[in-house]
Design a protein around this ligand. Structure first.
Ligand code: DGJ
Length: 729
């Protein structure tokens, strides 16, 4: 029974074979957090919530002075009647008050997991895969119901949480804050890990001890952002890649978010994640319901690596959807770094010829094919082909590519409009804006107002026509700026602060329509590289362009950091030209290929300019990738050496049945007279013998315990890939 209800003690126990999550309804009113961690069989769990009377902590119940909401570990805390810590929600009623008194009303336990209307969320394919609990709390004075939604997966150590608010009364209410989850840990002996960055430097890892007080990461940019990924983890002090407690929380959302972690004076830790309450107010009218995005909660006692592998499996199989979910992806070439805007049909055909020769499977035409788009200053919105550049149209180039045995893919940036475009001249009011205010440009463009139904309909129709107009097998869906002057003509003044979230709902609606209308198109999301690399986007588009930075050395950190949450199959990784466009570094082709083929392999350079030797290398790497792509795409990731710790990076993928593995090792700079160093593998079957591509056989046990000695390497930017195959049992 994966969700147990102990009525006598008021305890809900969500459990699978490995994880337990326990909630207790205290005094029949307050959902308190009891436990989250390794699966437990407990007899006295109710007693664990021992509370001490604390000066200045308000008395929730005068007959029991030690009981106070201020020190109670809670599941969804409020502010205003005793708890001074970070609240999970705040409502404002018509009389201006933000005081609420939600108490337990009822609950429902059911098999399976319901979808969240209009929002991406983890799903099940069969009701047996998950069990769900809804705890309903009601503020009877306000007439508002609050539903705490939980699901636990049978085969994934994942609990999902979200909340919905239902206006059951006759008066309107404003939601000022409504996080997707909140959880209280009874101590603060944690390190906080999160992923931060900027354009061309996404998802770098930061790990530091918690401090007393509040730390938070957030985005108010209208996108999950390059700057902070909607993810945080709390790690036990002794947690390493493979050992120790790791709690990871990821938000299935692509817009403004906040994750806050507060350590109180009694050293308990409160963690919450959800829509950023800054610049957000939602008006909830009688009869209406507001659903928050979903949070994915992963617990692992096998360290950060265990946590990542759990996220990978869940995102790959129960967030990503559609035809390509379980397919390795075609090796692509994208013309962007090869030509930028400066291409002709002839140039593209030459690139296609050279690409087909080396074995590339998909040719992607990037920005610059439409309207008068000769640079980034115009034409977004004018989604018709520029016949001067492409005299035989999209069909002509697509057919040419197909005749070369490749598929054809196209870049689009549907959410944006250039002021210098026919669309903007016709509909200057179709962008996000505030009447009478400046419209701040970024990359010379504005954001279309997806809160408007007419804009959404136009987008769906325009892109349906476009995707039907040529044999398009792949679409890169780009988005190259963040929001300013956030306002919409679709909403009255009192609803303006709903704009950013309604934009996201509008975007999700468009993506749902287009991706289900074109199930055989492989969609890749992009936002100036990885500015919207989040589970929300992956629900619609099963891969994301990881970063505009394709330098092999920089990519080690970007891909390593991204792998903390996201599986390799979701990470677009391309070999580009040297000197690298972003950092000017010259790295060998060998290393560039070895870094890119550790994820979703592709190219972004002028193959035709490569010498014969380099073309041969590319061909060999492509052949080798075919050999390992199942492993990379569907294998279990073990990170061996971190680029954030030094000069050496290594990671490996192991097939589920431990039959095969591939190990990637990279050394950034040569070191003089270096110490001898051993590389220890992980995740293998200790009892099996593996034949390795260096010509030797080893037991899994010795590769993991003795490791292999790496000979000293006298060159910068060195890489080596080992392939392992287990001998039949
Ligand atoms: C930003 C993307 O990240 C690039 O790969 C490229 O598609 C450009 N946009 C095109 O404008």
């Amino acid at each position: 029974m994966p969700i147990e209800w102990d009525e006598e003690n008021g305890i809900f126990h969500l459990l699978n074979d490995r994880t337990s999550y326990m909630i207790r309804i205290v005094h029949g009113k307050y959902p308190a957090h009891l436990y989250w961690g390794k699966r437990v069989h407990a007899l006295q769990a109710a007693a664990i919530l021992f509370q001490k009377s604390r000066s200045f902590s308000p008395m929730t119940d005068p007959s029991n002075p030690s009981f106070s909401l201020d020190t109670l570990p809670q599941e969804y805390p409020a502010f205003g009647n005793g708890d001074f810590r970070t609240p999970a929600y705040q409502l404002r009623s018509e009389d201006g008050s933000t005081i609420t008194e939600f108490v337990y009303d009822s609950h429902e336990i059911y098999k399976g997991k319901r979808p969240l209307e209009g929002l991406p969320a983890a799903y099940t394919e069969d009701d047996a895969e998950a069990d769900s609990l809804v705890i309903t709390m009601v503020d009877s004075k306000l007439g508002i119901g609050l539903h705490l939604q939980y699901s636990i997966y049978r085969d994934h150590d994942v609990i999902t949480r979200s909340v919905s608010f239902e206006n059951l009364g006759r008066r309107k209410v404003e939601l000022h804050k409504c996080m997707s989850m909140s959880v209280d840990f009874h101590h603060s002996n944690w390190d906080l890990l999160h992923l931060h960055g900027t354009w061309a430097r996404e998802r770098h890892i930061e790990r530091q001890p918690l401090i007393t007080g509040t730390q938070s990461i957030s985005s108010a940019r209208g996108a999950s952002s390059h700057q902070h990924n909607p993810f945080v983890a709390l790690l036990a002090k002794n947690a390493t890649e493979e050992y120790g407690d790791a709690y990871g929380i990821s938000l299935v959302y692509s817009g403004n978010f906040q994750a806050a972690i507060e350590v109180d004076p009694y050293q308990s830790t409160r963690l919450s994640i959800g829509i950023n309450p800054f610049d957000f107010i939602w008006l909830l009218m009688p009869g209406e319901t507001f659903q928050t995005p979903e949070a994915l909660l992963v617990y692992s006692h096998a360290g950060l690596g265990g946590m990542s592998r759990t996220f990978h499996r869940l995102l790959r199989t129960r967030i990503c959807r559609g035809h390509y979910r379980d397919q390795t992806r075609p090796i692509l070439i994208n013309n962007w770094e090869a030509t930028k805007f400066n291409f002709t049909e002839k140039k593209l055909k030459q690139l296609a010829d050279a690409s087909a020769e080396v074995g590339i499977e998909l040719f992607v035409l990037d920005d610059g094919w439409f309207g008068q788009r000769h640079n980034d200053k115009s034409s977004l919105g004018d989604w018709y082909v520029n016949k001067k550049k492409l005299p035989s149209g999209l069909n002509g180039i697509a057919e040419y590519v197909q005749n070369k045995g490749m598929q054809f893919g196209l870049w689009v940036e549907p959410e944006m409009v250039s002021p210098d475009s026919e669309l903007y001249r016709q509909h200057p009011d179709w962008c996000l804006h505030v009447p009478g205010r400046n419209r701040t440009l970024s990359r010379s463009q504005l954001v279309l107002d997806l809160c408007r139904e007419d804009v959404r309909n136009w987008l769906v129709e325009t892109f349906t026509r476009l995707f039907e107009s040529a044999p398009i097998s792949y679409v890169k869906w780009d988005s190259n700026r963040n929001f300013t002057e956030v306002g919409t003509a679709a909403l009255p003044p009192e609803r303006q602060k709903e704009t950013a979230h309604r934009y996201m709902l509008g975007l999700y609606q468009i993506l749902e329509k287009l991706t289900s209308r074109f199930p055989r198109i492989l969609f890749e999301s992009c936002s100036g590289g990885g500015g919207r690399f989040d589970p929300g986007m992956l629900y619609y588009m099963p891969q994301t362009w990881t970063s505009d930075n394709t330098d092999a050395v920089e990519r080690l950190k970007i891909q390593y950091g991204t792998s903390i949450v996201y599986p390799a199959i979701t990470m677009g990784a391309h070999v580009s030209d040297v000197p690298n466009h972003q950092v000017g570094r010259i790295t060998p082709l060998e290393m560039r290929c070895d870094v890119a083929m550790a994820a979703n392999f592709g190219f972004e350079l002028n193959i035709d300019n490569l010498g014969a030797e380099d073309k041969k290398t590319v061909q060999q790497k492509i052949q080798f990738y075919h050999h390992i792509k199942e492993l990379v795409c569907f294998g279990e990731l073990y990170r061996l050496l971190s680029p954030f710790d030094g000069n050496d990076t290594a990671w490996m993928y192991v097939s589920e049945n431990q039959d095969q593995a591939v190990v990637f090792y990279y050394k950034t700079l040569a070191t003089p007279n270096p110490p001898l160093f051993r590389l220890y593998f992980r995740g293998l079957d200790p009892n099996r013998v593996y034949q390795m591509s260096n010509g030797y056989s080893y037991t899994g046990d010795e590769l993991m315990k003795l490791g292999i000695t790496m000979s000293s390497i006298k060159s910068d930017f060195f890489s080596k890939v080992f392939y392992l195959e287990a001998e039949p049992i």
